[in-house]
Structure formats: structure tokens, C-alpha cells
Design a protein around this ligand. Structure first.
Ligand code: SAM
Ligand code: SF4
Length: 333
């Protein structure tokens, strides 16, 4: 089967699958304060439907899949899904993005089931700030989850921290991340705050990666590392004194759309070729109406052909996310 290549010459190599829109945290940049309309349970893809989709993408030689959400670890029997995928396709690199609240309990089973990599989202190491941001007092659980993941043998753990000017961009906060990275041998990646429907990113403390790098350079020296994976969203740096690896995902100020090799499947089975475009394609309908794989492939290729060359310039003062689009929690990061 020929590779899935879009009209801008980008080859899809990475599919992100959202397992649920539900979450045990309430991060203010991911969902509106007043909450959202949760997706009905029977609208969520079943494990069998997810496995069928993985097998279709696999035929296009796609070997990298990431499970996300909402919070993927709140999906009932998530370990069984991982086992199903990895037993059927052992050569797939299966990753998960999680807030780690349930990781202490599940890390061992996830490892045994075959999960390859973990990205853990953690924006602050201050308990009060964590609670203010996520509306839940769960920092201790997250830290225990990180320790457990290390203990059971996950050795490629990345911490994702969304940078927020008023919250985690000062020297003390960055130093705390460096200490955590040293303790558990982690890479810390700072993500620029992005605009999504329902979040107040403009007043919400956006800060550019470059500004953050200046803060790092005020107490250590950041050295840029050569790019290993050309489709990576992150630029990698190393702190000279501490030796800690730091990444920056600069979706706003240093965009990487030209190297984008991703597609997303929402928890309710919509193909979303671009994170920031609200254009979606209803795969679930085809999965449930008896359509053959070739019909599903046709829809995937249609979605791919309409993938944006790049997302709008968020730095333009006039840019606002469409209000009628999904919130990040219902897309899947
Ligand atoms: N619940 C899981 C977690 O938090 O890791 C997975 C889903 S979450 C939507 C995936 C990633 O999106 C997280 O790393 C989160 O920090 C990031 N994210 C959510 N809203 C964002 C925003 N407005 N800007 C940048 N990153 C965002
Ligand atoms: Fe939940 Fe992750 Fe969104 Fe936070 S970022 S509300 S943990 S889905």
C-alpha cells in the first residue's frame, strides 16, 4: 500500500487516538470553567473499532500510535486495549499522553501489556498552584505515578509542561523541573499555550519559548542539540551544568506545520487531520454501517487531501479560536 502522503508532500507516520473526553482533572487551558457537554458513551469508539482503525493505518506503514484523551487512564479496561494492539501489532511503537493521576496503580500493568512510551503532563511542582490550575489536589498522586513508572521500567518518560507566564516561567519553577528531571532521568518539554475553543489563552498568560530559554540561560547554559527526528514537534536543548535535556514545543512562535506527520481520531470516531482545523470526517459511521476497509481508506485519503498547509498565525492580534469548535479535551492532544 502506498504511504499516506498529502498534497504538501508530508507523509503521515503518527496517529493519535483519543480514548475518552472524560478526565479526572480540569486544567483551565484545556476546557472551559463551566464544563462541557460530555460525549455519550455509545458514541465512543469500542476497542474493536479502535483495533480495526489501527490495522487500516498500519497497512499504510504507520507504526507510531499515541493514546490520549481526555485522560486515557480513566477509560475502563485501557490495559486490555493496549494488550490487544501490541499482541496484534508487536512492532508498533505505542505511546500514551497522561496526567499520571492513576499511574501509580496502573504503571505495572501498562508496562506488561506492552505500552512503549509515556508522556506525562505536569505544569507545576507547587501543590497549591497545581490545585488552582487543575481544580484537583492531585500533585502527590502524579509524583507517585512518575516514580512508579520509572520503577517498573519505563525509561523514555517525557514531562510536558504548558508554559504559563504567571505560573511556571520563573527561575524557581524552572529549577524545580530541572531537579525533578535529575531525580527521575526525565526530559522536560515546555509547550507554548495554544488557543482552543473555550480557553482564555490571550489573557491566560501566554509566554514564548524564547523568553523561557532566556530564563534558563540566566542560571545555566542551554545548548541546542541536533534534530534527530525530523517530524518531531520539539526542539531539543541540553543544560550544560545539570546535563538535563529540555525541549520546546513552540506551536505559536516557531511553528512546525511543514514537518507535521500526524492525524488524530477523536474519542467519538472523527478523523481530524489538523489539530486547529475544525474540519472532521466521520469514520465511526463507516465503522458501524458495515462499510469495507476500502471505503474507510477513501475517507482517510479525503481528509488527508484537505489537511491544511499550516495553521493560522496565532500571534496576530485578531486571531481567536472558533467558538463553535471542540475544546482541546474533546479533540485529544
Ligand atoms: N489528559 C492527558 C494529559 O493531560 O496528558 C492527555 C490529554 S491532554 C489534552 C494532552 C496534552 O495537551 C497535555 O500535555 C496538555 O498539557 C496539552 N494541552 C491541553 N490544552 C493545551 C493548550 N491550550 N495549549 C497547549 N497544550 C495544551
Ligand atoms: Fe485533563 Fe489532560 Fe485536559 Fe488537563 S490537559 S484537563 S489532564 S485532558
Amino acid at each position: 500500500m502506498p504511504a499516506l502522503e498529502d498534497r504538501h508532500g508530508r507523509v503521515i507516520g503518527n496517529v493519535r487516538i483519543s480514548l475518552t473526553d472524560r478526565c479526572n482533572l480540569r486544567c483551565e487551558y484545556c476546557m472551559p470553567i463551566q464544563g462541557i457537554d460530555w460525549i455519550e458513551r455509545d458514541e465512543i469508539l469500542t476497542f474493536e473499532e479502535i483495533l480495526r482503525l489501527v490495522s487500516i493505518f498500519y497497512r499504510y506503514d504507520i507504526k507510531k500510535f499515541r493514546l490520549t484523551g481526555g485522560e486515557p487512564l480513566v477509560r475502563k479496561d485501557v490495559v486490555d486495549l493496549i494488550r490487544m494492539i501490541k499482541t496484534t501489532f508487536p512492532d508498533i511503537i505505542l505511546s500514551m499522553t497522561t496526567n499520571a493521576v492513576y499511574l501509580e496503580e496502573l504503571a505495572q500493568d501498562l508496562k506488561i501489556a506492552g505500552l512503549d512510551r509515556l508522556n506525562i503532563s505536569l505544569d507545576t511542582l507547587d501543590h497549591k498552584t497545581f490545585e488552582n490550575l487543575t481544580k484537583r489536589d492531585q500533585l502527590s498522586a502524579v509524583l507517585k505515578g512518575i516514580a512508579k513508572a520509572r520503577e517498573v521500567g519505563f525509561d523514555d518518560i517525557k514531562i510536558n509542561a504548558v508554559s504559563i507566564a504567571t505560573l511556571n516561567a520563573d527561575e524557581k519553577s524552572l529549577q524545580q523541573f530541572v531537579d525533578l528531571a535529575k531525580e527521575y532521568r526525565l526530559e522536560i518539554r515546555f509547550i507554548e499555550l495554544m488557543p482552543f475553543s473555550g480557553n482564555n489563552w490571550k489573557d491566560g498568560g501566554f509566554i514564548a519559548s524564547k523568553t523561557l530559554r532566556d530564563v534558563f540561560n540566566s542560571f545555566d547554559t542551554l545548548e541546542v542539540l541536533p534534530m534527530v527526528d525530523k517530524s518531531s514537534t520539539s526542539t531539543s536543548w541540553k543544560l550544560k551544568e545539570s546535563g538535563v535535556k529540555i525541549g520546546f514545543i513552540s506551536s505559536v512562535t516557531e511553528t512546525f506545520c511543514s514537518a507535521c506527520d500526524r492525524m488524530r481520531i477523536t474519542a467519538d470516531g472523527k478523523l481530524r487531520p489538523c489539530l486547529h482545523s475544525k474540519r472532521e470526517y466521520d469514520i465511526r459511521e463507516l465503522l458501524r454501517d458495515g462499510s469495507e476497509d476500502n471505503i474507510i481508506e477513501e475517507l482517510i485519503r479525503k481528509g488527508l487531501s484537505e489537511k491544511w498547509a499550516e495553521h493560522p498565525d496565532f500571534t496576530k492580534i485578531t486571531y481567536l479560536p472558533p467558538v463553535d469548535d471542540r475544546e482541546m479535551i474533546r479533540i485529544g492532544g
